[in-house]
Design a protein around this ligand. Sequence first.
Ligand code: PLP
Length: 371
Amino acid sequence: MNFEEHISKSVDRKILLNPGPGTTSSRVKEAMIVPDICPREQEFGEVMHKISEGLLEIGNGLTTHEVALFVASGTGAMEACLVSAIGKKDKALILTNGAYGIRMTHICDRFNLPYERRFSFGDYPDPEEVEKALESGSFTHLAMIHHETSTGMMNPLEEISGICRKHGVRLIVDAMSSYGAYPIDLKNTQVDYLFSSSNKCIQGMAGLSYVIFSKERLEELKSNSGGYYFDVYGQWNNLQTKDQLRFTPPVQICYAFLAAIQETLQEGLLKRWDRYQSNWQLFYDGLRELGFSFFLSEKYESKILLAIRLDSKPDLDFNHFHDYLYEHGVTIYPGVIPECQTFRVAVIGDLHQEDIEYAVSLMKDYFSADK
Ligand SMILES: Cc1ncc(COP(=O)(O)O)c(C=O)c1O
């Protein structure tokens, strides 16, 4: 029996519906079992280069963009990107229509980076309003979340990118919970900066995050860099010139991430995106049949995550429901929307039709049985 078979037989398969870290494949788990190696060795440097190239290939950015890798969760990449891209004399327009857009303002506050914010929790960032905002102020950057994981809204990346290009404004995109699933085309969409992490739609383990940036922004990054650990230019430059990260990487997580990147490329972005969307649809239909309603109207849904209103089932004890599903191998996630009680299910991870059907049938059993 090879390792992969051994793992798929000996490690219980869990269905994680929290928005990452998600369910990983046996191959990704297996990739962590490697001979010990010092991360300063050339052989390991090659792994880091392969990760960087794979990340660019996923977004069709091999000829136009570069990558800086960080040993951090997604918020680390968010901080690295903002403090490295935005200078003290710049001004960013931040779209704050959910928890993660708001998080970017907290980072800017902490580092005294000038910004203005637009939109409130759950608003759709209408491109016309975004354009008006850009016309009204002297903005150098616009920072937005692509998929707002707190609500499940897919923000209009391509339209906003066109507006930024027209106004000569640099675009910063948090694609934490879309990169690797939604086919983003870095070559043909103006995206100056984009960040994400290893444990969302690329389906790796948690521990690494990354900032992808346009080659045209290299000089700007070099002069603006306001972080020490979180210095995008420094981190990228070290790997290019010394074939190492500046600081100790989580070796085994890197091997798993490389395997997850390879799986993403093998599946192909279009197929993965179809899989996510059809998995999402199974939840949408199943939960609606159970009498649930949703926070967003369907046209704004990302089809990666659903925020489900708890007031559509006033008698439901969420914790009890969670525990029942958890005992049966399925994990659901609480919501974070102010003034609206919700819970969330996401289809991020190595999940397939039979997994979703199993989860929905468990939910149906829960409501049909006398608890
Ligand atoms: C859109 C978005 N941005 C940032 C983050 C922060 O990532 P982390 O929790 O890994 O720091 C998340 C986490 O879910 C996210 O969904």
